[in-house]
Unconditional design. Sequence first.
Length: 254
Amino acid sequence: MGLYSLYQTSVFECNSCKNVNPNAINVYSERNPKCDKKADMWVGRRAYLKDYLKSKIAPEVMIVGQSPGFLGCGFSGIPFTAEANAIADLSIRNYHLTEGKRQEEASAENVYKVLREVATLKKTTVAALSKKIIMTNAFQCIPSDVTRQVLCKEKRVLSAMSKNCINLLKHQIAEINPRCIITLGEDALNSTMWALKIENKKKSMGILVTSEVYFETDSHIKVYPLLHPSPLTKNHIASEKSRTRFIQLLNQYL
């Protein structure tokens, strides 16, 4: 079917998450209340995503996050990618026609710092390296608390939203057939394990990361759990270990 066609049929007009979370925001068809200056900026997000997905050439590595954030994917339409990264690192056209400073986001910048480091090791560019990497989210809407413009953290709601998107994640994995999947954060890991029908023995993320545990499917796709790259992560030792492991894995598989 193709990855962009998959988004067209399964994501762009989907409202399933609103049944469990009326505040959920589909960033590909709705206004992002935190940073959209115009009502139709979702059109630009679709264009950013289309260019991003069409640049992929037999991706070897799949990176899975939890969901779009307001300032990163929620503005650019590309998972773990702020507008500034899309334009400067991936050489994608300025679809939002932003003048002056581009939108930035801390977690996305941490991911791109890793990509820049690996690109330097490989003596290539981030844009070239990224052709072999596909980044996605376990669920596609911002799990929003609109009144405070923050991300909803209620586990019941997040679990229900994950169930809505599980088939999309399954189809993406089947379409890509990556050599490895790197999950960033607990919700991303749980959704990926569920999609692949792998048992997780409920070890803490800190233990999973510091012990360098990985899981493997019957088709030999390896799943590596890492911490979310947010600067707010409290376990600094595990966070640094996770970052080092991130670099090692990309260097190994690319």
